[in-house]
Design a binder for this molecule. Sequence first.
Ligand code: NAD
Length: 512
Amino acid sequence: IPDIQSILKQLGIASLNPSYSTGSKWSPATDGKQIDSMSPVDGKKIASVYTASEQEYNHVITTAQSAFKHWSKVPAPKRGEIVRQFGDALRKNKEALGTLVSYEMGKSLQEGFGEVQEMIDICDFAVGLSRQLYGLTMHSERPSHRMYEQWHPLGVVGIISAFNFPVAVWSWNAALAWVCGNVCVWKPSEKTPLTAIACQHIIQEVFEANDIHEGVSCLVTGDRHIGELMSNDKRVDLVSATGSTRMGKAVAAAVAGRLGKSLLELGGNNAIIISKDADLDMSLIGAVFGAVGTAGQRCTTTRRLIIHESVYENFKAKLVKAYGQLRIGNPLDQHNHVGPLIDTDAVNAYLSSIEKCKAEGGKFVVEGGVLSGDAYSSGCYVKPCIAEVENHYEIVQHETFAPILYLIKYKELDEAIALQNGVPQGLSSAIMTLNLREAEQFLSAQGSDCGIANVNIGTSGAEIGGAFGGEKETGGGRESGSDAWRNYMRRQTNTINYSTTLPLAQGIKFDL
Ligand code: NAD
């Protein structure tokens, strides 16, 4: 366990216990409800922050609205330059922030550093993007007329984030939203408030050094109540929410009720099809990393393996052997493969899913269970497990955020694709095959119905260059690369008449 107090000092946040920040200004001592940040690594309290009151929330939003008037006037490439400096500041703080991510959330140190690297990558992407916010030009049907489209910023972007990617998801949204000219108000997960405070502190130093108006980056700590205020608030022009499908349905309904814009990144139920023509050694690495990495707490975690009957027993034996070699323990110790779940509620959800699976007929080939003893004193360490199931089981249709892997057998590829698609969620999917016909069928319109479909790569571990997100109950949103930036802007079509007459469209005559 690292000296976490010295890491908090290094990050400049050791003495902070705020409820909000509008940039350089942190909230004064407050009598709001206290949120204790507990590490799932050793069960110890790291620090406390406070829940913002409604009044404090309102103060943040009005500060952000006023900042928008200034920030939206800064030329996009200049906004990109600020984001470039943010990326550099993250490079300097990578080790400290990555360590805090690992300790507060419980993911491995490698993954903590990887998450900060993802933030750096999206900053680099956003810097280039700041000179490429392209609109199309069109030919007008009228003489001496010009038509084109422009993309303008939206205003205040509210970001609601989940515990499992406590910092990267914010940066995916914020870096793009900023270069597009928006201001951001972040409501992080109540389970990981400290990493959010550290990020806000890092960006605040960059903004201060560049004399950027107060309110371009704001943070409001608190529980779902703050998220509800945001979803119902007309002043929040876009609500970008990452989390469970349950949360997404509530946010979507509230935002739609005021005809606002939402961007939803919700739960997955991701499968890998292991074909008879798969490279089984490669498939094994993809499947095991996908299923147990981050202790099964990635939205892209591999939850189902759909395996061809001819390789099923062989692959099952390989999996059982590999699971026997997994080292579970302190995620900051780089020898361990699997760290803890986020809290004991998550442990209970894991145990109850195992019970439900057994009750429906699931047969466990690797048994689960909670680990006890000094090394597991937080009570959050569980054994990754594997069950043979049928796809239609209610529990298999549901995303349990824990390392439970389901095995399903198939005969024909059509059947495997139907099984892969036969869940309510549509985030990530993969096929392991060396057969070109199978790969292309899987990627075709008749293939995977997910936002992400991979060949000979598992379901987890996306790069920032592509648009990230999924269909159906995953919410339909796309973030990060490709043209996801358009979500943070409004399109305006402009027609300019430089003739001396006023011809109407469609040849309509209107003479006075
Ligand atoms: P969660 O839904 O419990 O909470 C996520 C955030 O939403 C938190 O900040 C929470 O305070 C807030 N919230 C909860 N209810 C709300 C409501 N009614 N209105 C407004 N805000 C509300 O999710 P979690 O347990 O933190 O995260 C795990 C979930 O997130 C999993 O389902 C995972 O698949 C999903 N996730 C999806 C993606 C993606 O990109 N698709 C990425 C990461 C996580």
